[in-house]
Design a protein around this ligand. Sequence first.
Ligand code: ADP
Length: 471
Amino acid sequence: MEILHVSAECYPVAKAGGLGDVVGALPKYLNQMGHTAKVVMPMYRTKFLYANEWDVVHKGGTNLGNWWFEFTVIKEKTNKLGFDLYLLDINGLLDREKVYGYDDDTERFVAFQISVLDWLSAWKHQPDVVHCHDHHTALIPFMMKYSHRFANIKAISSILTIHNAEYQGWMGWDRSNYIPEWDMWQWGMLDWKNNINPLASGIKCADKVTTVSPSYLDELKYMSNGLEALFEYEKGKCSGILNGIDADVWDPSTDTYISHQYTLQQIEAGKAKNKMQLCEQFNLDFEKPLIVFIGRLVGEKGADLLPQVISDTFYFVGRRMNFLILGSGQPEVEKGLSDLLNISQYDFNVFIGYNETLSHVMYAGADFLLMPSRVEPCGLNQMYAMRYGTIPMVRRTGGLRDTVRDFGDAGGYGICYDYASVGDISHGVFRAVELFRDRKKVSAIRNNIMQLDFSWESSVKQYISLYESLS
Ligand code: ADP
């Protein structure tokens, strides 16, 4: 089958989180299984753009409301990522350094989606499925069905995968003229609670909807930032498919981001060398367990609780562990963490920012990875951690519930807790410190988790069945 993925992110071209990782891997594995998967995304000004060669494959012009603009589609020349990669350039609108965070993000992503469909309408041989990801591309199913201009691609099936339902792309009805002339009877397919809600529209109009883990889909029916009733109503076409991890990128024996690579057989020595590197770089105590957090410093990830958790455990459990945090996000959380540097006794440090290399070294060198998420659609960090022999400490929610089992239960290998509360997380830290004293047990768990299979193979098969169910 032929599948066109439309996404705002794709690793290594541009990544802000898990969406980028998934869109960088899923098409590659689809191709390896004999299908043809392609990706189109906005052309941002990223390193990848300048480091590679491109062919211009299409030039077009279209409009966003009253604004006429021209766009260009370029294609990477060498199939470097294992699939055809197309970047869509709209001068002045998409060609910026960051993926998100601009005041005109609505205009940027709506214009991107319209241009993708304009381009797709001109293809001689059309794909079987258009696969959209998150709200930035979720107006596509509506436009394919109800914008008169795209009548010739109406028959192509569409799928929407929800990586995060917290962000929905809301826009007022005053911007409805952005969407190319559409069947006004269908206004209800755009509307949710008196606004145009792109994510809700995608859920209503796509032929199938997936979430990135089965538990997340269950949770969305009672907690989805206002869309609960819609998820309940549309449950017949929704399914949860757990993300895989790209075993080519995330492999401690070949990872070029880390200086000390290691195989399963070298796990203890390998992790120790990486831990030593981190301890030297961040002034930490090698003898104590190293607990790390990697991610966006936002409430969704429970990051706002970290300063209190860290100071409480230092006080109540004692200075028996190190904490190292990597991330950026809400200024008050960044400040709360930076303030803790004042009380560090070679046992706390924080790196505010986004750093791909450091994240890999932390997965490799840490003893434990903390994920106290309030919401976690799938969560990739815990899977990366396990592949590097690092024990996950997770709140039982979404994909974390589907991938981590508590070491106190039969066959378990992680530390799980029920609430995103300071008390529950701190208790998890206490359990980690106690577990760390039992070197044999830690070693056995490391061995076990490094061998767990979180590869894409089984997830890709589920996507293929879904695509086939549409034809
Ligand atoms: P999200 O909700 O942010 O998408 P995921 O767990 O699905 O969460 O994916 C997070 C991805 O982003 C992982 O690859 C993780 O290593 C990476 N990441 C998050 N924050 C940072 C950071 N500050 N520096 C480097 N990588 C980061």
